[in-house]
Structure formats: C-alpha cells, structure tokens
Write a protein that binds this ligand. Structure first.
Ligand code: 6R9
Length: 651
C-alpha cells in the first residue's frame, strides 16, 4: 500500500524553522518510551508549579484497579499558567483575537493584561455567587471572549467547568447541569452563528425545569435581545462586571484536582462526563500545541473548533494560552456570509497556523477554488485537521489550494478522552501521507490488537483495533461520578490497554491510518454521537414503537444518520411524520443529531434472543446488501427483504 501512496517529505522551510526535526523526534520519542519517568519529569517543567512535584507517574491500567496520576504531589493554578506568568514578558501582546459572526462587526484584540483583568472580574462575580474550589459550573455560551474568561475564571477559583456546546437542546443541557450538580450556568442572551441566533437564555430557563431550584445563572449580553429574567436566580454579567475587582488571587490546586468535565457520547446510553485534571492535562496540551503546530512567538494561530468540544478546550484555550500564544476565536461558520469566510479571516489576521475539520474542508472544496483564490493566504505556514479521517482528495485540495503546496498538514488523531494529540505528524520531522495520522506523539505507545482475541499484532503491517499501551499525562482520569463505567468502557475489552474505540491499520513504515469507530458511535461532521442516544430520542416520540440507528457514508459529513423506525400500530407513515420526527430529535438532543434518512421499518432484523442485527442494518444503509452475510439466525428473515426494497440510500 505504502508504495502507491504519494508521500510528502518534510519541506526545507519547515525543517529549518521547526522545534523538532526528524533526528530530535527519534531521540525524544525513544527517551519518552525508555524512561517515561525521566522524560516527563523534565517536560513537566513547561508549567509553573506552586509546589514542585516529586512524584511523576503513578498509573495502572489494571487488571483490577485502574488509577492514573501524574505529578501527583505538585500544586499549581491553571489560569495563572495561562495568563499571569506571561504578564511580565508579554502583557501587551494579543492573547485572543476575536472575529465576530458578522464580518462588518469589529474584531477584538485582547492582550494578556486585558485577559488577566477580565478573568479576575469573572472570577470575582462567580465567587460572589458562591462558587468555590471544587464546585461545578456549566458554560453554555456563544464563541465570544467571555467563554474563555469563564473557563479561565473557573480554573482561577479551582472550580470545575463543564462546557456544553451551544447547539445542544435544553434537555441535553439540563441533563448535563444535573449530571455534574452544577451551582451556576454561565450563558448569554443569544448566540449569533451564520446569521442566525440560538436563544441561549430561553434554552437555559427551559433546562432549569429539570434542575435543582438552587442553580443560578450568569448571563452575558451578547446581542442585547430581550430575554426573560428572574431576579432571584439570574445575575447580569454586564452589570456585575462594572464593579467587580480586576484582581483575584489564583487558588492553589493539586495536580490531580479536576479542571473540567466534558460530556461525550459513548456506545451506550447517556453521554459520559470525561474528567480531566489540572497538572498533566496542561503539560500535555501545552506541549502538543507547541510541537504539533510548531508554534513560535509572533505566530497567529487559529483553531476553528468550538469551545464546546475538547478541541476548543485544548487548542483554542489551554494549550495556546499556556504557551503565551496569540489564539484566534471565531464566532461564525465557514460558509457565512459566503464560502470564502475562513480564507477572508486567515488573510485579515495574517494567520500562520490553521486547524479545522475534514467536514469543513470537504464542504468548502465543493464550493470551488475561486473562494480561496480571492484571498491572500501567503501568511499560512501550517494546516491541521482533526475529528475524523480525511479522505486523500480533500487532503490534496487543502494542501494544494489552501496551502499553496507549501504548508505541511498535520492530521491529528485524538479524542475527548486523550486530552491532546496522540498520533500526529510533526511538521519538521514527519513524512506526510494523505489520509494517515502517521506517528505517535512523545510518550504514546499505540498497539494494534486482533479484535477477537485481543492479541497484540507485532508485525510491522497490521490491521485491527487501536489501543494504547501506557498512560500519558493528558489522559482522562475517570467518568464523573462513575469510575466503574470508566474501567468498563476503556479497560475491560482488552485487559491492560486503553481501548480507543477506533479501528486502524499500520503500514510497513509504521504509519497509522485510522479507519473509524468500531463501536456504536457515529462521527457526523466530526461530532460524536451515540446511536443509542438518537434511538432513545426517537422512541420518546409517541408514534414510534421502535428505532434502530446506524451511520452511512456521507460525502460532506463523513457519516450521515440513518434511522429505521417502526411506528406504533395504526400510525400511518407520511412525509410530515418524517419531518416531525426529525424536528423531535433536534429538540431532544440538538441540530447536530438531526436524522438524514428515516426509513419506515415494519420490522427490524432480530436474532431469536431479540438482539437487533446492526451489521445487516449498516449494510442496507450503505446500499451494499449484496454482502449481508449470514441471516439464518434471524427470527424472521423476511423483514430484510422489505428493508432492502424500501432502502433510502441508493447510489
Ligand atoms: C478530538 C476529537 C474522537 C473520535 C476518534 C476518532 C475520530 C478524531 C481523527 C479521527 C481519524 C483523525 N477522530 N481525529 N479519526 N483521523 N485525525 O475529535 O475528539 O470528539 O472525542 O472524537 O474522532 O474516531 O475516536 P472527539
């Protein structure tokens, strides 16, 4: 395979500038595996500690207990690391460039000194609302600087934030607020995005119906829209900020005190609260940001993700700010007001590193090269992708048209659970192959296991499930309130390894190719979604008796959501009902979970013990029913013929 793949060796330009060249990568990688203790003892110095650590690594993946601790006896404050320690040398440097949804509205340039004052004010307001170390705060915000202030203010207090993507519904928000027993929800009046507005305050009020009465909200005025107000519960940020002090002493926390919880989809039931702690996470976010993107002083770095996802946590806020970088925060979408918006923003702010998702690249590629060519992209030096496998066609377009053939592309494989990049090229060290995430980051030991037996495949070329052999500092520590679920999800299928849920192939050069999820998790436009979540939303509808949800290949989204729905007796299928169900799922979960295709299924293929045979449903959804495999174990094989006949995706 590797012989047919076009390879892109390190460019002279990238090699000359890079922090890490091929020789240094090899040396450091070997050191990180041979003696992780010594390696991370040194790397831990990237952050400023209040009390230095003496212990470095204390981790076990079982069998039995699973426990992950890094730098355990050290203490620090994450916000002081992201702000205060830069004030003496770069107080007047821009920390955050904010680009609003409307191109006509002024961008903001927030210096480290201003970031310090704003974060302290927010911390004082939260403290006045009763938030203290260890308390949970939910952040449900537009992509505005106040979202970053909110995260950093929590970190300053030692409170634990849980950011909920502003596209999530009131029900999803309410479940997360209750799930982590949050004291305060920080939100805004509404969130402008792509010329439309999401009514965040109204949604928050609705969510509160499912929450304890004592939960308060802090409301930022973004649009000035009229909003419902309850003096007993709501605090007006824009008023409070006028009198709040701009100093707030950072609270000392332990390295293993939680920094944030981020809910993410798994293969079963409710989303789980992924817990990241303070010391190891920050070391890992800072180090990966610096090396993967080859960040240098003076660069303008832009990650187009939303802070509602882990990418926004590690690579808009914590990694870049810990490194004293200039990080760009964009409120809008790639196609508003037109398909040139990303490139206009790159040109306007002279962006040097640009990091986005394959789904956005595919969508923009479809709009034509002219949208890119209109803008001067000569400032760009490096491009990145994250969230899903990138098809070589999109990679090549990104490389040639956006990067002018001169910018390396870092295809970064990682997960909410991993805190930072695990498999990624380094621009000064790695030969690129379109579609491959290439090589492990320092300290990371990927292994390919035979899916059935769990045996490690030790030949150079391998295909199977992707697991990681030993811990790295950015690894999640537990599932909030459910350590057993943590152990069961990640450490029980393949004893002694961290199981990623992804399949992969390793080629003869040792490069990794991620092939996608091997569990019931969908990846729709780079957003993770459990099929079980969409199914439970569908069956909550009074007209639905049963539902089964699978993914199918989608040109732009990567995967689309394909739903098989069995209606209650006597209910007639109709186009209106399809629309109604689609709307219902959007209301239950959010627009990102909107079903693409809904097929009426008089029956679902089940085994005699009543288990839905998803393998068959996946094949039909892929329009690949020639290879259905063995259907003889089905309780009623005839349902399959009906599903094939009425399939929705015909190529
Ligand atoms: C950071 C993030 C994680 C899942 C992961 C995998 C997919 C992410 C990828 C990739 C191929 C890449 N994924 N990056 N697949 N190549 N470069 O996306 O976190 O939302 O938790 O999703 O995304 O399937 O398991 P998260």
């Amino acid at each position: 395979m590797s012989t047919e793949v076009k390879q892109y060796p390190v460019t002279e330009d990238a090699a000359a500038r890079a922090h890490v060249d091929a020789e240094r990568y090899a040396r450091m990688y070997a050191a990180s595996i041979d003696d992780p203790e010594a390696f991370w003892r040194e790397q831990g110095q990237r952050v400023d500690w209040i009390k230095p650590y003496s212990r470095v690594k204390d981790t076990t993946f079982g069998p039995g207990e699973v426990s992950i601790k890094w730098f355990e006896d050290g203490t620090l404050n994450v916000s002081a690391n992201c702000i205060d320690r830069h004030l003496a040398t770069r107080g007047e440097q821009t920390a955050i460039i904010w680009e609003p949804d409307e191109p006509g509205e002024d961008a903001l340039h927030i210096t480290y000194r201003e970031l310090h004052a704003a974060t302290c004010r927010m911390a004082n307001i939260l403290a006045d609302m009763g938030v203290a170390k260890g308390d949970r705060v939910v952040i449900y915000m537009p992509m505005i600087p106040e979202a970053a202030y909110a995260m950093l203010a929590c970190a300053r207090i030692g409170a634990i934030h849980s950011v909920v993507f502003a596209g999530f519904s009131p029900d999803a928000l309410g479940a997360r607020v209750s799930g982590c027993d949050a004291k305060v929800v920080i939100t805004a009046d509404s969130a402008p995005r792509g010329g439309r507005k999401t009514p965040l305050k109204v949604n928050t009020d609705k969510a509160f119906k499912h929450c304890k009465d004592s939960v308060k909200s802090l409301v930022v005025r973004r649009t000035g829209d009229d909003i419902p107000w309850d003096d007993a519960r709501d605090v007006d940020y824009n008023e409070a900020v006028k009198t709040a002090s701009d100093s707030f002493e950072p609270v000392e926390v332990g390295a293993e005190d939680p920094l944030f919880i981020l809910y993410t989809s798994g293969s079963t039931g409710q989303p789980k609260g992924v817990v990241h702690t303070s010391g190891g996470y920050l070391v890992y976010a800072a180090m990966t940001h610096r090396f993967t993107f080859d960040y240098h002083d003076g660069d303008v770095y832009w990650c187009s993700a939303d802070v509602g996802w882990v990418t926004g946590h590690s690579y808009i806020v914590y990694g870049p700010l810990a490194n004293g970088a200039t990080t760009l925060m964009f409120e809008g979408v790639p196609t508003y007001p037109d398909a040139g918006r990303f490139w206009e923003v790159c040109a306007k702010h002279s962006v040097t590193q640009f990091y986005t998702a394959p789904t956005a690249i595919r969508a923009l590629m479809g709009q034509g090269d002219q949208w890119v060519e209109k803008h001067d992209l000569s400032s760009l030096r490096l491009l990145g992708t994250v969230g899903e496998p990138i098809n070589p066609e999109a990679w090549n377009w990104y490389h040639r048209v956006v990067g002018g053939g001169r910018c390396p592309i870092v295809d970064t494989w990682w997960q909410t659970e991993t805190g930072g990049h695990l498999i990624t090229p380094l621009p000064g060290a790695t030969t690129l192959k379109p579609g491959s995430a290439t090589k492990p980051f320092f300290g990371v030991q990927p292994v390919v296991l035979e899916p059935q037996t769990g045996e490690e495949i030790t030949t150079a070329e391998a295909e199977g499930v992707l697991c990681i052999k030993d811990s790295w500092p950015g690894q999640m520590r537990t599932v909030w309130g459910d350590h057993e679920r943590f152990v069961k999800t990640y450490f029980s299928d393949y004893a002694g390894y961290y199981f990623s849920g992804d399949g992969c192939r390793r080629d003869a050069d040792g490069d990794y190719w991620i092939t996608g999820r091997v569990d019931d998790v969908l990846n729709v436009s780079g957003h993770r979604m459990g099929t079980a979540e969409v199914e439970s939303a569908l069956v909550a509808h009074e007209k639905v008796a049963e539902a089964a949800v699978v993914g199918y290949p989608h040109d732009i989204k990567g995967q689309g959501i394909y739903c098989y729905v069995t209606l209650m007796n006597g209910v007639e299928p109709s186009e209106e009902l399809r629309q109604e169900l689609r709307q219902f799922v959007r209301t239950e979960i959010g627009p990102i979970a909107s079903p693409d295709l809904i097929q009426w299924a008089p029956g679902l293929p089940k085994t005699r013990s009543g288990k839905i045979m998803r393998r068959i449903l996946r094949k039909i959804a892929e329009d690949d029913f020639g290879a259905l495999g063995d259907t003889s174990t089905l309780a009623d094989p005839s349902v399959v013929d009906d599903l094939i006949e009425n399939r929705m995706n015909r190529k």
